[in-house]
Design a protein around this ligand. Structure first.
Ligand code: ADP
Ligand code: ZN
Ligand code: ZN
Length: 735
């Protein structure tokens, strides 16, 4: 047995084992937890991270290899960061190394050195200060730069010079060469740039929410901020951020998707200036790392980010806000399947800080937590500035002829709205022209060859496109089965609705907003700005239009198809449908003119739908929770989903059957129920056959104890090698 200083190293990837190494030769650094090491591995070398230092190893000293080098002199992650990652690895039963590497920016995952932060600003040199401005009369850009810098002795951030003064890198280079300017580290711009006079006066509900949270700064306390759409949640967040910054602490704000909430970010920037930094998936590796470092070194107090930002080291963390907490994007659906919302609560507990979950339509889980007193509920029940909540109306389309997806009643209302100079928004969560094409002669359908699904018809691109596996082909001229040229679209997508609207309102400018119409970088922002400036009386779009936007002149919202949500296979389908309806509806009537929402449905008598439209979300939620309680579904039980897929049809089920067998034999198995194996709702996808095993327990603790025993066992099963399997703790989608 080895007995010395032994490094226990975790690696990225699916391996659940940690690896023992001796410290590198001639290492001058202290081997601290959270430092990366380059280690020999098989025939090559890899980057790993130190998670423990031990005295003893199960491997004999003479067989232990030495780490090659220690890559970091100081740890990338400190003790509290590692504590969260250990917790997450245990809870989600995901390999520790993979969890840790997931938390690092790409460059650092690849073993690159932590980059030295370049000075962020420019200032005048002694010579530069005395340059006579007349000598630059022929070079207006250079003059502009000199003037901008001469106004601020401490220097100006490069980003501000670029964005606000339009200074190009070439101009900077030429003045650097003349040695009139030099790089320097610029002090952060003042935290609050808004003058007190511009400040909105909070209403009493907003003020109460701010006060309650402020009383608990410095201690862990979860809040559910349930504020109807347009109730001014963002303003509450801003006041809290100011309070946290005034205490010299940091705040983490999680948002579902940056591109879809440009207004929230814009408002944060207006108020908090460059104190705000942003982490999201569209950043380059270099940009990510800079933001990550700035926050980790406490240079920047406020981080706004999408789900993986929950892992960013923030040594002075004093507040966590999760906006739109019900949003599905907080759950990672592949690889390391964590919930950033749930982890933010763990993190708040570890850092003794308040955590605010905000939403107009909170998840049923959070509502139950508030009902049980685990979360403190803060309500914003009114819209700000006397704006009324929109009225919801169900449009019965059972025996109505739909023209291109639009009912006559809807067309009439659209006409009235447009005639009175107001904006209308139509929502359909399906892009493309039609969900499928069919042959009118023989009934052939555009089945995807690799999935149990149809290929969507994208007419503008002349494509058939499977939205599940990405498979594409050109639209055929005639039916591949019978040769008939009579191929017709079935059902509607946004492209087809656009066509109908152009037919009925040929002279009304229309903006269609979906993934296809906004695929070019910056095009979404541009479209949204045009929409806000009133250029488009008609708006049509998918989810991208549903969230967070503040379109003051929209008075009519139409939801074209909700029925799939009422009868979805997933027990969460009705919850998701209700959330979506209210989010979309929330775009209506946000200013002086009241809003109206029309929902086309073939099931106007559905009880949950009735409840939602007549009594509102809270009534809906309590009824839906009651149904869950009766059926012992979450949040009244806890679930884990084991998924398996393989190109060989019988393998997944064989593996899952064995997994049940060994699971039943383990201690504590009497406290868990096994449901399955069953074919996945989409049994074939991307050429693979897929099956599920759902495990459920009334209590979390016994389920997790049992799970920790079970996972190592199933890893050993010979059948596990023949499938791709994954474990999903608290699954949100049963796909
Ligand atoms: P939510 O996020 O709750 O849907 P927002 O935060 O987007 O609502 O607020 C809607 C609008 O109301 C914004 O333009 C915001 O500036 C404004 N607003 C917020 N609070 C107030 C207030 N107390 N008085 C007047 N306007 C307000
Ligand atoms: Zn045919
Ligand atoms: Zn497919």
């Amino acid at each position: 047995m080895a007995s010395d200083t032994i490094l226990q190293i975790a690696l990225a990837g699916p391996l659940r084992t940690l690896f023992d190494y001796l410290p590198p030769k001639d290492c001058s650094h202290h081997p601290s937890l959270g430092c990366r090491f380059q280690i020999p591995f098989g025939r090559s070398s890899r980057t790993g991270i130190l998670v423990a230092v031990k005295r003893q190893s199960n491997i004999a000293t003479n067989r232990l290899k030495r780490a090659l080098i220690q890559l970091d002199a100081i740890p990338l992650l400190d003790e509290s960061d590692l504590r969260l990652l250990h917790w997450a690895a245990g809870y989600y039963q995901h390999p520790l190394g993979d969890v840790i590497f997931h938390a690092l920016p790409g460059n650092l995952r690849k073993g690159r050195p932590l980059s030295i932060i370049k000075p962020n600003g420019l200032c005048l040199t002694a010579t530069g200060k005395h340059v006579s401005h007349e000598t630059l009369s022929r070079a207006p850009k250079q003059l502009a730069l000199i003037q901008a810098l001469s106004e601020v002795p401490g220097g100006v951030e490069k980003s501000i010079l670029r964005e606000r003064y339009g200074i190009s890198p070439a101009v900077v280079r030429s003045l650097l060469e003349k040695e009139w300017i030099e790089p320097c580290q610029v002090q952060e711009s003042p935290h609050t740039i808004e003058t007190p006079a511009d400040k909105i006066t909070l209403n009493s509900e907003q003020q109460n929410a701010v006060d309650q949270v402020c009383q608990h700064l410095g201690q862990f306390k979860p809040f559910l901020l349930h504020g109807v759409t347009g109730s001014g949640k963002t303003e509450v967040y801003l006041r809290l951020l100011e309070a946290v910054v005034a205490r010299h602490q940091q705040a983490l704000v999680l948002v579902p998707e940056i591109g879809l909430t440009p207004q929230l970010l814009q408002r944060f920037r207006e108020t908090m200036g460059s104190s705000v930094v942003v982490l999201h998936s569209a950043l380059s590796d270099g940009e990510r790392e800079r933001v990550w470092q700035a926050v980790r070194q406490s240079e920047k107090p406020i981080l706004v980010g999408t789900r993986s930002a929950v892992f960013t080291p923030m040594p002075n963390l004093g507040l966590i806000i999760v906006d739109e907490e019900h949003d599905l994007s907080y759950k990672q659906q592949e690889g390391f399947r964590y919930s950033a919302r749930d982890l933010s609560l763990v993190r708040g507990q570890q850092y003794d800080c308040p955590v605010i979950l905000g939403s107009a339509t909170p998840s049923l889980e959070s509502i139950r937590n508030a009902d049980d007193g685990r979360y403190t509920q803060l309500s914003l029940s009114r819209r700000v500035a006397n704006a009324q909540m929109p009225q919801l109306h169900l449009l019965d389309i059972r025996s109505v002829h739909l023209d291109g997806g639009l009912s006559p009643a809807l067309i009439k209302q659209l006409g009235q709205t447009l005639a009175s100079g107001e904006q209308a928004l139509l929502f359909l969560n399906r892009r493309g022209y039609a969900p499928m094409l069919t042959c009118h002669a023989c009934g052939w359908l555009t089945d995807c060859p690799r999935c149990d699904a149809r290929m969507t018809h994208h007419r503008q691109q002349r494509l058939l496109w499977c939205h599940h596996c990405g498979h594409q082909r050109r639209v055929p001229d005639s039916c591949p089965d019978c040769g008939s040229p009579d191929l017709r679209p079935l059902g509607q997508g946004t492209e087809r609705i656009e066509e109908s609207l152009l037919h009925y309102f040929p002279n009304t400018p229309l903006a269609r907003i979906d993934r296809d119409s906004t695929s070019r970088k910056g095009s979404l922002e541009k479209l949204l700005n045009q929409v806000k400036s009133g250029q488009f009386p008609l708006l049509l779009g998918t989810q991208m239009l549903a969230k967070g936007h503040h379109f003051p002149s929209v008075t009519l919202v139409a939801i074209l198809d909700v029925d799939h949500g009422l009868f979805g296979a997933d027990f969460r389908a009705s919850e998701r449908m209700a959330q979506l309806i209210l989010q979309v509806a929330g775009r209506a009537g946000r200013a002086e003119r009241p809003g109206k929402v029309l929902i086309q449905t073939r099931h106007p008598d559905h009880p949950l739908m009735q409840l939602l439209t007549s009594k509102g979300y809270e009534a809906f939620a309590s009824e839906a929770l009651e149904e869950r309680r009766m059926a012992t579904f979450p949040p009244y039980s806890h679930q884990v989903l084991l998924r398996a897929e393989s190109t060989k049809a019988s393998d997944p089920e064989a593996f899952l059957t064995q997994a049940i067998e060994i699971g039943r034999a383990l201690p504590g198995a009497n406290r868990v129920d096994f449901w399955g194996p069953v074919p996945a709702p989409m049994e074939r996808r991307a050429g693979k056959t897929r099956a599920h095993l759902l495990i459920q327990s009334a209590q979390r603790q016994p389920l997790h104890l049992w799970l920790a025993e079970w996972i190592p066992e199933i890893t050993q099963l010979p059948t596990s090698r023949r499938v791709r399997w994954s474990i999903d703790v608290d699954p949100q989608e049963m796909l």
